[in-house]
Design a binder for this molecule. Sequence first.
Ligand code: NDP
Length: 501
Amino acid sequence: MSQDVYEVNLFIDGSEVRPSTGEYQSRYDPGDNSRLIGRVADGSKDVGAAIDAARDAFDRNKGSWVSDHRLRARVLMKAAEIIRERAEELARMESLFAGKTIRTSRLGDIPRTIEMLEYYAGMADKVLGHSQILRTGDLSVLVRQPIGVVAAITPWNFPLLILARQTAPALAVGCTVVAKPASYTPATALELAKILAKAGAPAGVFNVVTGKGEAIGSQLLRSGKVDVVNFTGETSTGKWIMQNASASLKRVVLELGGKNPNIVFDDADLETAANGVTYGAFANNGESCAAGSRLLVHRDVKEKFVRMVAERISRIRVGYQLRDESDLGPLVSQSHMEKVLEYIGAAESEGLKIVAGGRRVYGGDFSKGNYVQPTLIDDTPQSSRLFKEEIFGPVLTVTEFGSEEEAVELANATVYGLAAGVWSRDSSKAVRVAERVKAGCVWINTYYTLPVEHPWGGFKESGLGRNNSVLAIEHYLEWKGLYLDAQPGKMKPYYRLVLGD
Ligand code: NDP
């Protein structure tokens, strides 16, 4: 379990650099808060340099990055190959900082990052436009060009994967990037920058600036040299981003919070549903925007189904994130753990019934880290804070419904609209309900599988725009209309409006 203390520096214009401030923030192991694992550069005085590097690389078409789609495809493929070779090392780094279990990083984050890079590598030379011969014979050609510099601001729960999700499509179409990773988990962002450089990305194409969110973010948002901001994080931060991006009318992509319902009908295959619901609520420690954190279950099967889920929860092994056998690791930080425990405390004050878990895990090494038991809370009314607010931890609430109508109403009764699950053997009912749930993604008879081909993004306060899939490249492209004259003669009929006969 021993490892070095990582020094996470900035990456600007093709090189790893120390911060101008000379300052670093300390990072501690989520599984042992007394152990220093990282020193993270305060890049607050270096944001301008990173933006200039990205702007210059784009405007000067450095190394033919903007014009050579084959180069971009090769770089992304090569980067994927390097990540594959370094998979175990990167998985350990990711888990160490984030607290996610090593199996989650090995089987989820790292392979999906590779998938992301390879998928968009395949799109680099498939950015097509439209053309039309007008009735005059003139030619209207619509080409799509990369928009320019993209700021990618990312959260701590899937650090490398979300960074790849936000930037691979941008890179594929010829944009350049300034990335601002979350302060808790910046190490793999620096690694990605080094990997892309090794894979052949010209200097300035991919830059990383670490440091405190608002200090770095406000400079990225204020800058007229940044064209798009793609942000993933809390809804409240997303609102701030949108307001601040408006000064320069930047394009904004927002992937925000979720309070996702898993709707289990009485005709569902309950064994499969119990597996999916438990997985969906507790995957990645429940620290996931996609977490199915609200179980809505039909009255007729509720008691039985809650027992089935509670039994599965009792088998979840809480443990240090780098141990192979751990199913649930420590939460990312002490303050986040306290926030989650406060919600569980609120459940107790509201008189809700805690069916499983409900406590911090103490004793031995556990006392040093941010461990919370996987928790199941029964009979949670719509009025409860736990029903409405994103907890972002291993807490699943249960609310019963009696009809299809009521299920839809409860599903839609929060400000969020990111994802949902519907479980039923009646496929027409499942599709009918899926259509009426206001969410960017509705899984039917499964939960939380998100291959790169499948779009991801939210309705309502869960965000704007879609990442993943072919849709993602749209954020990074501008349409340009080229008009080619095909009419003979120096004097056009419309010139005569000014020049006369
Ligand atoms: P935050 O909103 O706190 O932070 C996200 C990123 O924004 C971090 O890099 C943070 O930096 C930065 N940041 C914070 N404040 C500002 C600011 N004023 N201006 C610019 N940047 C800022 O979210 P978390 O990291 O806590 O992530 C958890 C949240 O992310 C949850 O709400 C979750 O639902 C959401 N999320 C959504 C996903 C989706 O796909 N819809 C996926 C994953 C997470 P710093 O770390 O330095 O504070």
